[in-house]
Design a binder for this molecule. Structure first.
Ligand code: NAD
Ligand code: GDD
Length: 332
């Protein structure tokens, strides 16, 4: 049984990770700005706190945990990180969290930290062709991410790696490629395309239309949450100390993603392409390194993960509609 700290435990990946670590028999303290929105987490302790505050970091990082998983960040999908409107907050908030966490971890003698980086740190110039994006780990430099969110991830990767070099800490860095699943943000502006399209399809009447940002020919790959957690655990248990992609190689256009959701929902809808924040033109995980170093790769087809996610999001949509119907009945 290990003693583990999960930073960002009230979020999507952090919440699932707490459940997984508890199921594996570990003692877990979670910390986040907020409680988890969708689940009561089985964490042994859950601290509501702001990791931008050094005093909070001292409070939650008061002992040499066996492992830390650092997932806390000011983050969201294209609608949040590619408009430019959140750039200063994203950079300041996430960089401050990482500076505080790694500093305090070193002070109390934590040796092993997982840091959640992102595919957004890869250079835009390798992601202009939607059919042939290049995201091999060694293509990161010369650096040219297309968002401040990506630059912050790159900075923080280097921050953690410098602590490994100078203080002998064991750092593990996963570069996540669009992780999706149940209990992730599905409305409000931070949701990513899988959740956004599930919500739009669930809300649309059969035969209607849903809005898709851009021409829908931009490409991405999407990794289901359980596979993400499996990769993280394997990386933590390995000796591999360089950044590594954690993603799927099943690349699809956003139009194809929307069609997959419709197929699962059993609805026939048309796509209305509108202007919106787009990000890179194409992106796919390159899993050569994870196959070589961890002897593992994800296997779940996109449609299977979308089936689970759609079921959960359509239930949220239904619940919200019946709650607002109850409210308007109450005021009538
Ligand atoms: P999320 O937004 O659901 O979770 C992040 C959590 O961090 C939130 O619960 C938030 O409240 C918390 N947080 C933010 N600022 C904080 C602060 N100052 N103090 C304490 N907690 C704070 O996002 P997620 O999808 O679970 O992502 C987890 C990590 O993985 C993030 O670092 C994200 O950048 C990275 N990542 C995620 C994806 C993805 O597709 N989900 C892709 C690439 C990288
Ligand atoms: N969010 C969203 N909502 N995206 C849409 C929509 C919509 O309704 N319609 C079309 N899209 C398009 C976006 O314009 C973008 O081109 C593409 O779908 C993918 O958008 P997201 O899923 O929101 O984000 P992303 O893949 O560009 O980036 C995500 O993954 C990174 C890791 O690979 C983000 O979550 C980043 O935070 C993350 O680091």
């Amino acid at each position: 049984m290990k003693k583990i700290l999960v930073c960002g435990a009230g979020g999507f990946i952090g919440g699932h990770l707490v459940k997984r670590l508890k199921a594996d028999g570990h003692w877990v303290r979670g910390v986040d700005l907020k409680q988890h929105e969708f689940s009561e987490l089985p964490a042994d302790e859950f601290v509501i706190g702001d990791l931008r505050e050094q005093s909070v970091c001292r409070e939650v990082l008061d002992r040499p945990f066996d492992e830390i998983y650092q997932l806390a960040a000011d983050m969201g999908g294209a609608g949040y990180i590619f408009t430019g409107e959140q750039d200063a907050d994203v950079m300041h908030n996430s960089a401050t969290i990482n500076l505080n966490v790694v500093h305090q971890a070193q002070k109390v003698g934590v040796h092993k930290i997982f840091y959640s980086s992102s595919a957004c740190m890869y250079p835009e110039y390798n992601q202009l062709d939607p059919d042939n994006p290049k995201c091999a780990e060694d293509s990161a430099y010369p650096a040219a991410p297309d968002s401040e969110y990506g630059w912050e991830k790159l900075f923080s990767e280097r921050l953690y790696l410098s602590y490994a070099r100078n203080y002998g800490m064991q750092i593990r860095i996963g570069r996540f490629h669009n992780i999706f699943g149940e209990e992730g943000t599905w409305q409000g502006g931070r949701e990513k395309s899988p959740a956004a399209l599930c919500r739009k399809v669930a809300e649309a009447p059969d035969g209607g239309a849903i809005e898709v940002w851009g021409d829908g020919l931009q490409t991405r790959s999407f990794l289901y949450i359980d596979e993400c957690l499996e990769a993280v655990r394997r990386l933590m248990d390995s000796n591999f100390a360089e950044p590594i992609n954690i993603g799927s190689e099943e690349m699809v256009t956003i139009n194809r993603l929307a069609e997959t959701v419709m197929e699962v929902a059993g609805k026939s809808l048309s796509l209305k392409h509108i202007e919106g924040p787009l990000g890179v033109r194409g992106r796919n995980s390159d899993n050569n390194l994870i196959r070589e170093k961890l002897g593992w790769e994800p296997t779940m087809p996109l449609i299977d993960g979308i089936r689970k996610t759609y079921q959960w999001i359509s239930a949220q949509v239904e619940r919200q509609h019946s709650q607002s119907a109850d409210r308007s009945y109450g005021t009538a």
